[in-house]
Write a protein that binds this ligand. Sequence first.
Ligand code: CA
Length: 555
Amino acid sequence: MSSKRYLLGCMALLSLMGGAQAQSADDLRKDNASPGNVLTYGMGYNNQRYSPLKQINASNVSKMQPVWAYSLNNPQGQESQPIVHDGIMYVTTHNTTVALNPITGKQLWKNEIELPQDVFKMACCGILNRGAAIFEGKLFRVTLDAHVMAMDAKTGKQLWKVKAADYQNGQAMTSAPLIANGVVMTGIAGGEYGTRGFVDGWDPATGKRLWRFHTTAAPNEKGGDTWPGDTHEKGGAPTWLTGTYDPELDLVYWGTGNGGPWNPNARKGDNLYICSVVAIRPKTGELVWHYQFSPNDPYDYDATEVGMLIDMKVDGKDRKVLAQANRNGFFYVLDRANGELLKANPYVKVNWADSIDLKTGRPVQSDADRRVRAGEDVEIFPSVLGGKNWTPMSWNPETQLAYANTLNISWPYQLSKPEYKKGEWYLGINFRGVNMPKNEPHGYLSAMDPLTGKSKWQMAWPGQPSMAGTLSTAGGLVFTGAATGEFMAVDANNGKKLWEFQTSSGIIGLPVTWEQNGKQYVTVLSGAGGVWALLGDERMSQVPAGGSVWTFALN
Ligand code: CA
């Protein structure tokens, strides 16, 4: 071998080693098939939160026990999804990022974030963070005061930190970034504050902003005619959760939230792109297609939890779909190549629309909605919390069912006059909270068919409904948690509870599973809080605060 060829060979080997050590675009793409790591929010770009691991299964899960617990030293609600890579687990809170040994729970490093004091009275719906993203040896996260930052994944050392928005306008950042086609993508919260939403693309190496896609259309843009005057400027459409990515179509799907103000008469028109999913090119932010679930929405039906990418048969035809159980109570199935609406059926009680017209893609107006818009005081299903709230569902390809914590709650709705004040809620409704039904459960763990919205089974929550996410495994299990802190495994086929363990606080987070040295582990954060706690349910006073990470395995 000539020395030149030898050198080239060494360089190829080095770059291969670099690829194995630092997670490449290809590693992220294969995340759902590589159970040793959890590299993406959603446990795979398809956001199915499904693991092929089955060492822990329906026949032995009763022997699952805690392996370790780690205190986050943080009294807020814990909604962060852990990332596991190369023998390190990364967890975020609103003011720290920690790296842990996933087998022992021992802290490897901890990085604290300084936040301005006045941010705490601004952040709308919880002092929290939903997780980090990892790419080429760097860890990325966002902050409550609307910055994006990169750290060295090995040491926690900060590499760059850039400002995305002004938190004093009511804009906050809480969700895990998405890495797609080499671009770091982030969204923004603050749709209740008369802000204008957007999705940003950042250069992972430098933190330079590559593009911004505004989620309300300006008058000179396509869709701009759906807003009167300059109403798009305070029009909302926040993007406060993480999108999903289809690498073959090179499309990122990002969900958008409510219009601003909530009172729809202040912004007559469809208001593109509130309460929608937008399909955009990660390299440029170019809009390829959109679908709007709730045109001119009055009800805070954020479509921010974007749903799952599934390849499935619809009416006998193979389709690549985006399946979303929308906060507005309908389960939507779209063709994700072009946005064509294939199915839309209610999965909870709904009265704001009679149905969704599959030909036009638009809701068929109900009598209740007509009365709301005329100014009457009307009980609306589902409530401001939605048919389900922000936490993602999971998919099991064997049962062909989607598992989600759903809500059985309505709210009294009446319009009032909206008034904009910088940094304050801009609603224009007479907000009086929600109505719990008297003699029915307030929520269920539901196993749903996305094509019909019907549940094969439901497990009723005995007290407070659960706002936790779900995890599905090839072991025939669904993992989820209770507002009162019980972490549990449920039989995916029939909803029978097979195992539970009382953690130290309430669970509102997202369980993950992974393996190391041939052993399967399950991890979840415990820490009560979030939007449910804000509603003042007095039953929550019995649940102690305090964030911690719990990891379980078979005895
Ligand atoms: Ca909202």
